[in-house]
Design a protein around this ligand. Structure first.
Ligand SMILES: Cc1cc2nc3c(=O)[nH]c(=O)nc-3n(C[C@H](O)[C@H](O)[C@H](O)COP(=O)(O)OP(=O)(O)OC[C@H]3O[C@@H](n4cnc5c(N)ncnc54)[C@H](O)[C@@H]3O)c2cc1C
Length: 407
């Protein structure tokens, strides 16, 4: 027996994109449900470093690209949300660090230094005197210059929790249940089919939002959509569990102009007061061909070189692979804005960065308005969320990626 359910909007995927959009559409009065395959944020979001950034790292090539300008307003937009003054209420979200730093370590790089000190970057970067260094670097004789950026770091589990909490009754874990988008002849979505022990559920909506990160690829295939397509960028991240007392929130940049900092470090508190330092940046991009042991050896070598006062040998380390998922651009270029593609009643969404979620939210809301999609009142007995709750539980927030991997 097939049970037919109706709602305004179905969101597939419970990472930052899906949860952010659920908040936006619910706030506008839309009837909406979100279906998550496993755990909330369990794809890229929980693996992200949580840096809400103003794009300055994209200016390290020495050029203020449109990307770095478009993203410049994002930290302030997020701060408004964190104060409860904007469209998404993040007052309960925990901040890990109110500032993020960038260290250009020694060497002769006067061109880079003069660029970072240039008028074009005023207000976006602040060269610090040693008395203003964060605790981790204080009293160390640092060569080079330490900059404070407008960037800050959010605790991603807390972010996911904060976004999910007001809408728990609308978020469902489908687990291994096959979720199938069925296409009409004109290429629009006819319905979303879910198989349960008691029969099939056919979910019909005005709009279907694909927010499944890497899972958008298979969903596009189901719909037989070849264009737009997805690209993935693989990373080999490192995590180090340390008893060093201070957290680090720092881009370490090398000698040359380049798009990616050598190392991008964030720190994540553990229940016993210790820290996990999480390492990305160029090391994660170039480390794809290395085994885990080789990647750890490179991580140790770099940290010893940069911070000789930290004991990295007795720390516990792990490495893991994770893909960034985004729209495929010519020559595998990196997208520099949030991505939304509307095709009939389907919206394909990739925020491309945690930071750009507000931009994605604006794009979706404006597309809904332009397409004349307004909230409707569900007919009696047609409350899709209530019916779905009979078959599907609420998903948990994902555990950090290093949990269970650190020896
Ligand atoms: C290592 C790393 C570090 C990063 N650091 C930063 C950073 O510091 N700052 C920043 O701004 N950005 C960062 N990013 C980018 C950012 O994390 C991503 O752009 C963002 O998290 C993508 O969110 P998403 O919701 O689109 O996808 P995801 O977080 O991947 O969520 C997709 C969800 O969809 C679910 N799903 C998959 N298939 C289906 C299906 N068929 N049905 C239902 N659900 C499904 C998955 O289980 C998953 O929960 C980083 C990315 C990586 C990989």
């Amino acid at each position: 027996m097939t049970q037919e359910l109706h709602t305004d909007i179905v969101i597939l995927g419970g990472g930052i994109a899906g949860l952010w959009l659920l908040n936006r559409v619910r706030q506008q009065g839309f009837d909406a449900v979100l279906l998550e395959k496993h755990a909330l944020g369990g794809g890229q979001t929980i693996a992200s470093q949580g840096i809400i950034h103003g794009g300055l790292k994209y200016a390290l090539s020495g050029v203020l690209s449109p990307a770095s300008s478009a993203i410049a307003g994002m930290p302030e937009r997020w701060r408004q949300c964190l104060r409860g003054e904007a469209d998404v209420d993040l007052r309960e979200c925990r901040l890990l660090a109110p500032h993020y730093f960038m260290w250009s370590s020694g060497g002769v790089r006067s061109r880079l230094k003069s660029f970072l000190g240039s008028k074009a970057l005023r207000g976006r970067i602040d060269a610090l005197s040693p008395s203003r260094y964060p605790e981790f670097l204080r009293d160390q004789s640092l060569s080079g210059t330490l900059y404070q950026l407008t960037d800050f770091v959010v605790d991603t589990p807390s972010l996911l929790q904060t976004l999910a909490a007001p809408h728990k009754d609308r978020i469902f874990r489908t687990g291994d249940t096959p979720v199938q988008l069925q296409a009409n002849e004109d290429g629009s979505v006819a319905r979303l089919n879910l198989q349960t022990d008691e029969g099939q559920i056919s979910l019909k909506a005005h709009r279907y939002l694909l927010c499944a990160g890497e899972g958008n690829g298979p969903l596009l295939q189901q719909m037989q959509i070849a264009q737009p397509a997805m690209q993935t960028r693989p990373l080999h991240m490192l995590a180090m569990h340390t008893v060093h007392p201070h957290p680090v929130y720092l881009h370490c940049i090398g000698d040359s102009f380049g798009m990616t900092p050598l190392l991008t470090i964030t720190s994540h508190p553990q229940p016993d007061g210790s820290w996990v330092w999480y390492l990305g940046g160029e090391i994660a991009e170039s480390g794809m061909q290395r085994s885990e042991d080789e990647q750890i050896a490179v991580g140790k070598r770099e940290l010893k070189r940069l911070f000789p006062w930290v004991d990295v040998d007795t720390a516990r380390w792990c490495g893991f692979h994770i893909n960034r998922a985004e729209p495929r651009l010519p020559n595998l270029q990196r997208p520099d804005t949030a991505y939304l593609h509307s095709q009939q009643n389907l919206m394909l969404c990739w925020p491309t960065k945690l930071t750009l979620s507000p931009e994605l939210g604006d794009a979706v809301m404006s597309a809904l308005q332009k397409q004349g999609i307004a909230p409707r009142i569900p007919a009696p007995g047609q409350n899709a969320a209530q019916q779905l709750s009979k078959y599907f539980p609420a998903p948990e927030v994902s555990a950090p990626r290093w949990e269970g991997l650190l020896p």
